[in-house]
Design a protein around this ligand. Structure first.
Ligand SMILES: NC(=O)c1ccc[n+]([C@@H]2O[C@H](COP(=O)([O-])OP(=O)(O)OC[C@H]3O[C@@H](n4cnc5c(N)ncnc54)[C@H](OP(=O)(O)O)[C@@H]3O)[C@@H](O)[C@H]2O)c1
Length: 292
């Protein structure tokens, strides 16, 4: 066990992620108290040097800084609401993923109970926790965040404070995961389409990495158009993009492959064209999406 020199911290929730967070704290010398609904999940952490609490109240009383990391905010609230009095005067950092509005609701509940509240989002998988590749976002009062920054730094990687509105970390989280899951759905659909034509996923992979990388390279240009509210179609127009999507829909239908994802994307492009924006660039679809 590492010598315990740093600030005490409590971790509520010991799924794969909560266990990884608690491990990083223990390994960095924090007195780490852990609690989980299924209490046996605390045992491997106790073997590493953590202290197992029998109840959330006991866990919360052990440290000035309490992290909660469970499946969603309903579960987080079920755990922390009954121990609100024990949390009074302490800092609660909620690194559970959920929506911006739910983060704001939880911040307002915390304020009503004299609890300092920071909302966080973890943007990288458990293997990265405690390592340089991990990425964390935090929002809420900046003095509260700064006070606990040295302890949170034991999680490793890059932590970014994204603003005082407690909903901002969750906003980044849902927006970034929106792009991730949509891209993943596209990759899987592409593998299905190629397989139906006799091309293996492995054969496609080097080219797939190229085209996914190309999409990443275009992001700053799209972002500049979105933030300026100007959508020049000099390099490529929505009309041309929609024609390209149509080929994919046809190719999928010809092999009996579900084309729902690409059809939904094309429907948005078609709406922009119907609105008279066919000669604009793809970034215009941000406005089309906002007008349901
Ligand atoms: N895993 C990752 O790589 C990753 C990456 C980034 C962010 N995250 C986020 O981290 C959070 C936790 O994820 P996870 O991977 O550890 O697994 P998870 O399945 O999302 O959460 C498991 C944890 O939630 C607890 N839980 C579920 N329902 C509960 C309830 N009704 N009351 C009390 N506790 C309840 C579980 O307790 P029991 O053990 O008793 O079931 C366990 O501690 C999620 O918000 C997730 O989106 C995870």
């Amino acid at each position: 066990m590492t010598e315990q020199t740093e600030g005490a911290v409590t971790v509520l929730g010991l799924g794969p992620m909560g266990s990884a967070l608690a491990t990083a704290f223990v390994e960095n010398g924090h007195r780490t108290t852990v609690w989980n609904r299924t209490s046996s999940k605390a045992d491997p952490l106790v073997a590493k040097g953590a202290v197992k609490a029998e109840t959330p109240a006991e866990a919360v009383r052990a440290s000035p800084l309490v992290l909660v990391n469970v499946i969603d905010y309903d579960a987080a609230r079920m755990i922390v609401e009954p121990v609100a009095e024990d949390l009074r005067g302490k800092t609660l950092v909620n690194v559970t993923a959920d929506t911006p509005d739910r983060a704001r609701d939880m911040a307002s509940w915390a304020a009503d109970h004299g609890i300092d509240y920071v909302d966080g989002a973890i943007m990288t998988p458990i293997e990265t926790i405690g390592r340089p590749e991990s990425v964390y976002l935090y929002s809420g009062p900046d003095d509260v965040y700064k006070a606990h920054q040295p302890t949170l730094a034991s999680l490793g990687g890059t932590a970014t404070y994204v603003g005082a509105d407690p909903g901002r970390a969750a906003t980044y989280d849902v927006a970034l995961l929106d792009s991730f899951w949509t891209a993943m759905s596209g990759v899987i659909h592409a593998f299905a389409l190629a397989k139906a034509e006799g091309v293996t996923a492995g054969e496609l992979t080097p080219f797939m990495q190229g085209i996914v990388g190309l999409a990443a390279d275009i992001v700053p240009e799209l972002a500049a158009d979105v933030d300026r509210g100007k959508y020049p179609g000099d390099a490529s127009t929505i009309t041309s993009n929609a024609a390209g999507m149509e080929h994919i829909v046809h190719a999928a239908h010809q092999r009996g492959i579900d084309a729902g994802v690409i059809e939904a994307a094309k429907a948005v492009a078609d709406r922009a064209i119907d609105d008279g924006h066919g000669q604009d660039g793809f970034a215009r679809l941000v406005e089309t999406l906002a007008r349901r």
